[in-house]
Design a protein around this ligand. Structure first.
Ligand code: C2E
Ligand code: MG
Ligand code: MG
Length: 892
């Protein structure tokens, strides 16, 4: 709107189409609105909270100045346009005269960049020059002595004199503002303000000049200048209102602009032009000559000053360059890295002092030497490659590593980074930055070793092993070679830890690592996967036999007793093997070796087992059984069956053996051989055994009470339970709670128990014996190391394993082993039970051989307790007694 207003005014004035009177009244209203708008806008700018406090303060002053101007405009509109008067001084002048000082204060209030004292002095002088020159021209054009002389009226005089003083004041303000604010601070706001002040001053001066020469008429270009001045303030205020950046934050740039430099010279030129004009207007030739000469001299002085300034600038650039070169030199001299300048043929031309720290040689001593000669022989090719790459023009950041001897003649690893500056005239060589990285590389290697090796044994860890297997697997696929992975798990390592302590346990693990290491070749990998789990990767193997042989070697190596100060420990291990063909990926190979190891454990430990595809299902089933077993105990899913043991002479039931069955909710009845080994491994066999003891003794006592006949019951006790300190208590509890006489209890232990830990269990067996309980050695004949111990053992019964019964089928053949065992029993005064009798011929043979007792399907299978009760009561008779010709003959 303001712009449109100004445009109309300009067109009206320029075209000269309207009458003088219309133009006059139009021009009187012209300033009215713009000055009011300028005031409002300036006030608005001062309310912009984003701005610096001082900027806002400045705009407050400017708003006040514009308000004063508007007051002047309004008053003059009333006086000239409405009252048709043209007084020399009026109330309007109060507004106009207060405008300049207010504006000056405003302009001076703007913040400015921080400056040095020298800069402030220089700026002060520049301002003084500009203000003096402008004061001079204002005086020259706007005021003159005769004009003052003409004004008799004091107010008119004051107005006449004040106007130019005000102009000088605003010029002062804007010059200071311009010179103080440099670079980005001198934004469009400041430019608009400067132009506003200049256009106002120019209009004022021209006005005064025209008034003096009586050529002034209202509504001319002077009015356009005044309106323009107001519009520029409006524009500046508008921009300032929208400004978001805080001016004081930008106060950093101090570089003076060209306009700022030229401003004082422009002022001087203005002053001189007035001087020259006056001189030429005068008829005094002398004066003309003097003035022209003075002008020329001044120009020369200015030119000289310009030359001096340029020289100063050049000198300061040179001194800055020297300073930065010194700084660089100090950096190079004190740097820990060696900086050297080297010729393309590796001759050293310069080396920084830190070279002495690295090599023990002074930098003068190395000048002329060739780098390549000091490099470790094995690293020379790396160094040659480095310099070849660096010799290429423009080569940048070429890297190379090699060893060099230090002052103590030790080899140090160095990292070298080179830049080719052969084309740079100041260097013209290869610049190489050399750093000693021996320690850091050692640390790096150590950390890497730690990350990939087991800290206890020093052999590879799981991560490195997996990585090796992956690589070997890929290579084997490529060159059709064969690899194998062996998972080695120590058997019962937990016992070693528990009984000997962890420090011995650690020693054992170290010894295992060592012994396993002796069983493999150099290219193979041995790793500890954690705990007592080791793994071996065999590469380039000939065939499956080689792997089996290696596995067997490992088992043998571990079996050798480990002897230390306080113990002799013999180790067993279960090994799972998977070959290259047992998996599609390295991962599968590892998993399958693990599965095979698991199977090796479940098959009785101390063995190596090769992976077969059906193992997964078996392992899975095992895991399921394990989970189900735990539940079975809680949910009472176990029952006992009883199998009669018969006196072979009489055919009478002498005792029974309690045999456990698992009534599985989905699988039906599960036989003991499918779950007892798992129960043993998981330790669940202890609570199961406890339950069997209680149930069997309770049942025996119940039969006794129900039938009036006592019957001995045999209970199988697992090896694990035998080693458990609670066993004796468990037996006592069972007897106490059932009320069964101990002599009616028989504890069956398997012969295999004696193979490993005879010494430890003898006291336990003695204690059982002392309690009045009988002991049977079950499955006799399947083990092979027990014979020598038999005498020392407190046993009463030998149970010949059912596998021997086959020898008794052919009446012609001589059952040597059975006879030997029966005789052995007789010698040791033990009763002998033959297990697994299925046929009458076997009974006959056994009778002939003098065997006391028999047990087997021929008599009866394991049956429920109710059937045993019927046998006891005589309501049912055992097979054999009434089996016709095949029946067991009654005692003669
Ligand atoms: P075992 O103690 O030697 O028990 C004899 C096994 O031979 C029983 O197998 C029995 O059913 C079987 N048997 C008896 N007569 C014949 C026959 O004429 N022919 C054939 N082929 N087999 C016959 P079962 O009940 O399957 O038990 C197997 C093994 O499980 C037992 O061998 C014993 O070592 C163990 N076991 C059974 N019950 C328990 C228990 O409660 N606790 C513990 N720890 N082990 C038990
Ligand atoms: Mg048994
Ligand atoms: Mg048996």
């Amino acid at each position: 709107m303001v712009g449109a207003y100004a445009a109309i005014l300009f067109v009206t004035v320029a075209s000269g189409a309207v009458s003088q009177e219309a133009r006059e009244s139009f021009s009187n209203t012209a300033g009215l609105f713009p000055s009011l708008i300028a005031s409002c806008m300036a006030w608005g700018a001062s309310r912009n909270a984003e701005l610096d406090m001082r900027v806002r303060q400045a705009w407050r002053w400017i708003a006040l100045a514009c308000l004063a101007e508007w007051f002047g405009d309004s008053a003059w509109f009333v006086i000239e346009t409405i009252l048709h008067q043209k007084p020399e001084a009026s109330i309007a002048d109060i507004g106009y005269l207060s405008y300049s000082p207010l504006l000056m204060i405003g302009l001076l209030t703007f913040p400015h960049a921080a400056r040095s004292r020298f800069d402030r002095l220089k700026m002060g002088l520049d301002v003084a020059v500009v203000v003096c020159a402008s004061a001079m021209s204002v005086w020259y054009f706007a005021v003159s002595a005769d004009l003052i002389a003409q004004r008799a009226h004091l107010a008119a005089f004051l107005v006449t004199v004040s106007q130019p003083i005000g102009d000088v004041a605003t010029l002062l303000g804007v010059t200071v503002l311009w010179l103080r604010r440099s670079g980005r601070m001198r934004d469009r706001v400041i430019i608009a303000l400067a132009l506003a002040v200049v256009s106002n001053v120019v209009s004022n001066v021209v006005y005064a000049h025209q008034v003096r020469s009586d050529s002034y008429a209202s509504g001319g270009f002077i009015d356009v200048g005044w309106v323009l001045h107001r519009l520029l303030i409006v524009l500046a205020a508008f921009w300032q209102r929208a400004e978001t950046a805080n001016v004081s934050e930008q106060a950093a740039s101090t570089k003076p602009s060209l306009i700022a430099i030229l401003l004082p010279y422009a002022a001087i030129a203005l002053a001189y032009s007035i001087l020259l004009q006056e001189a030429f207007a005068s008829s005094n030739t002398q004066l003309k000559v003097v003035v022209v000469s003075a002008t020329v001299i001044t120009v020369l002085v200015v030119l000289r000053q310009v030359a001096a300034v340029r020289e100063n600038v050049r000198l300061s650039i040179v001194s800055e360059a020297i300073k930065s070169a010194r700084r660089l030199e100090a950096l190079v001299q004190n740097s820990l890295d060696v900086v050297s300048v080297i010729d393309v043929d590796t001759t050293i031309r310069y080396a920084s002092p830190s070279l002495a720290r690295l090599t023990g040689l002074s930098n003068e001593a190395v000048l002329g030497l060739k780098v390549i000669d000091g490099v470790h022989r094995d690293d020379r090719s790396a160094a040659i490659l480095f310099f070849a790459a660096l010799a290429k023009e423009g080569a940048l950041n070429v890297r190379g590593e090699w060893r060099m001897r230090d002052s103590g003649k030790r080899w140090r690893l160095t990292e070298n980074i080179g830049t080719n500056l052969t084309t740079d005239a100041t260097v013209s060589g290869l610049v190489v930055n050399t750093r000693d990285i021996t320690e850091s590389r050692e640390l790096e290697n150590q950390l890497r070793h730690q990350a990939f090796h087991d800290s206890l044994t020093g052999i590879a860890n799981r991560q490195l092993f997996t990585d090796r297997v992956e690589h070997a697997f890929m290579r084997s696929v490529r060159d059709r070679s064969t690899i194998a992975v062996l998972f080695v798990d120590l058997d019962n390592f937990k016992n070693i830890n528990d009984s000997h302590g962890h420090s011995i346990g650690d020693d054992v693990l170290k010894a295992v690592a060592y012994r396993l290491g002796t069983c493999i070749r150099d290219g193979d990998t041995l790793a500890r996967l954690g705990g007592d789990e080791f793994a071996v990767l065999l590469e380039d193997i000939g065939g499956a036999e080689d792997v089996d042989a290696a596995a067997q070697r490992m088992i043998e190596a571990l079996r050798q007793p480990l002897i230390n100060a306080c113990a002799s420990i013999s180790l067993m291990a279960s090994i799972g093997i998977s070959g290259g063909a047992d998996g599609e990926t390295a991962d599968e190979l590892l998993r399958n070796a693990d599965v095979a190891m698991y199977v090796a454990k479940s098959e009785g430990k101390a063995r190596h087992v090769r992976y077969t595809p059906d193992m997964h299902a078996r392992v899975l089933e095992r895991l399921e059984t394990e989970a189900d077993l735990r539940r079975a105990l809680e949910e009472n899913q176990f029952v006992l069956k009883y199998q009669p043991i018969v006196t072979l002479k009489t055919g009478e039931m002498a005792s029974v053996e309690a045999l456990i069955r698992w009534e599985h909710p989905t699988r039906g009845q599960v036989q003991p051989l499918s779950f007892i080994p798992i129960a043993e491994e998981t330790g669940l066999i202890i609570p199961i055994g406890r339950w069997v003891l209680r149930e069997a003794t309770r049942q025996a006592r119940e039969w006794q009470l129900q039938s009036g006949r006592a019957l001995r019951v045999g209970v199988n006790i697992s090896t694990k339970h035998l080693h458990e300190p609670s066993l004796l208590d468990d037996i006592r509890d069972a007897l106490t709670s059932s009320g069964l006489d101990p002599k009616y209890l028989l504890i069956e232990i398997t012969e295999s128990v004696l193979m490993t830990s005879t010494v430890e269990i003898i006291p336990v067996l003695n204690e059982i014996k002392r309690m009045g309980i009988s002991i049977a050695l079950d499955d006799f004949g399947t083990g092979y190391s027990s014979l020598s111990y038999l005498q020392q053992l407190p046993i009463d019964v030998l149970k010949i394993d059912k596998s021997f019964m086959d020898q008794l089928v052919d009446p012609q053949a001589d059952p040597v082993l059975v006879r030997v065992i029966i005789n052995l029993g007789a010698t040791l005064k033990l009763r002998v039970v033959a297990e697994g009798i299925e046929r009458f011929e076997q009974v006959e043979q056994l009778q002939r051989l003098g065997c006391d007792l028999g047990q087997g399907y021929y008599f009866d299978k394991p049956v429920p307790s109710s059937k045993i009760l019927r046998y006891l009561r005589g309501s049912e008779v055992l097979n054999g007694v009434h089996a016709g010709e095949r029946s067991l003959p009654l005692a003669a």
